[in-house]
Design a binder for this molecule. Structure first.
Ligand code: SF4
Length: 434
């Protein structure tokens, strides 16, 4: 009998990739994906706990399935991912209609756990090994058509003081190069052209250097665009810069989270670099990689952040001129050192600072995009836009979103587009006829 799986994924790309792998494992025991919750035999909630708002959303979602579980007693409800790892038994105590909780290191066990539950309804919780093996034989059931993620490593050894990731995803574990190359080849055979190699800190890939891995993936026929995230500034090597600048399909885009523009706060965050070191790195990569697009992450309202520290971040932003910055309000995560730091910042101040920061960065992003007007860029076509089927969307090598009038192209085509308009988050242009 055909069984239906409804998969709900919260959080980062790593979680999306984990969900695709779990769906691949569940397919082997007869589950196919459905969009309709009412139709599902199994609901899997793959969770995130990086911010408290993400956790609240997940609890809200779990609560909404209570009545459905009453109507359909055979429905299996499972929770996986970072929040499952962090909460374990507590999740079932708080939401007794949940059937199983599986930690991040046990995601490879998903099919066995579900099969056992089909056979015998008994609550199941396993978060015992946060450093567990990654399923090798999973054939991920990938979403999307053109772009996909291939995880190259799991976990993180850095212990930034605000971050829950090392606690819920364990220590760094790298996948063997051959396994990654095989997965990229498989993705290309499925029609994917834009590959992002994924890890919490790809620069500490340990089965050879990350630059070596990038060069190997770059050789695979059919990979049109090769990207990676995330890079820790303290580990970005000269070898990697050379690999990007000398690569054929390696895109000129680096996401390099700085997190703050004050040395005092960077030290309290345990980031392992100074503002000066980061600025030196930016200078070097911009000199070596022409047309580089540089993006970052920033946190406002870290404990002890004074007006002066925040002003330093604004000055830093104005100096570096990132193409885009993803800005976050500091969120206290229990179990991390920063949660116990004195001088936590009031919410109102955090929001004020975030608004100021975003205003400055948005103006910079617009200025950078406007400078591209009149230039011709190579665009990988993604498909029709959500609002108008005559307008297509695509991405530049620098990962900028671009809208253009459809002229008979298909998703996956590479076209040249002349940029005519710029906005903060996107560009508009016209396809050049060959
Ligand atoms: S590098 Fe820091 S912020 Fe990034 S995942 Fe590791 S501990 Fe978290």
């Amino acid at each position: 009998m055909e069984k239906k799986l409804k998969l709900l994924t919260y959080g980062c790309q790593m979680n999306v990739a984990d969900s695709e792998r779990m769906a691949g494992l569940l397919k082997k025991i007869g589950y196919t994906l459905t969009d309709d919750v009412q139709n599902a035999d199994l609901i899997l909630i793959n969770t995130c706990c990086v911010r408290s708002t993400a956790e609240e959303k997940v609890f809200g979602q779990i609560g909404r399935f209570k009545s459905l579980k009453r109507e359909k007693p055979n429905l299996i409800l499972g929770v996986t991912g970072c929040m499952a790892q962090k909460e374990g038994e507590n999740l079932i105590k708080r939401a007794p209609h949940v059937d199983f909780v599986l930690g991040t290191g046990q995601s490879g066990e998903i099919a066995r756990v579900v099969q056992n539950l089909e056979f015998e309804r008994k609550k199941f919780v396993d978060t015992s090994n946060v450093n567990g093996e990654i399923p090798h034989e999973a054939f991920p059931l990938r979403g999307g058509k053109i772009s996909t993620f291939v995880p190259i490593m799991y976990g993180c050894d850095n212990f930034c003081t605000y971050c829950i990731v090392p606690h819920v995803r364990g220590r760094e574990r790298s996948r063997p190069t051959e396994e990654i190359l095989a997965e990229v080849e498989q993705s290309v055979a499925e029609g994917f052209k834009d590959i992002t190699l994924l890890g919490q800190n790809v620069n500490s890939y340990a089965c050879g250097t990350f630059a070596e891995l990038l060069r190997e993936v770059d050789k695979i026929s059919g990979v049109e665009r090769l990207r990676f995230m995330t890079s820790h500034p303290k580990d970005l090597s000269d070898e990697l810069i050379a690999a990007i600048s000398g690569g054929k399909h390696i895109c000129e885009h680096i996401h390099l989270p700085v997190q703050h523009g004050s040395d005092k706060i960077l030290q309290k965050m345990n980031r392992g670099y100074t503002v000066e070191k980061y600025l030196g790195l930016v200078k070097k990569i911009r000199a070596e990689i022409p047309n580089l697009s540089l993006t970052t992450d920033l946190i406002v309202g870290f404990p002890g952040e004074s007006d002066e520290d925040f002003a330093e971040t604004l000055d830093f932003l104005r100096e570096v001129k990132f193409d885009a910055a993803f800005t976050f309000i500091y969120s206290k995560r229990s179990g991390t050192p920063a949660a116990t730091f004195k001088n936590q910042i009031e919410d109102e101040i955090k929001h004020e600072r975030l608004n100021k920061l975003m205003k400055i960065q948005n103006a910079i992003s617009l200025e950078k995009n406007s400078a591209m007007i009149g230039s011709v860029v190579e665009v990988l076509v993604e498909g029709a836009s959500k609002t108008d089927e005559k307008i297509f969307t695509g991405r530049t090598r620098s990962n900028k979103l671009i809208l253009f009038e459809h002229g008979g192209e298909n998703a996956g085509d590479l076209v040249d587009v002349k940029i005519s308009q710029a906005q903060t988050w996107l560009l508009k242009g016209k396809i050049l006829t060959k």
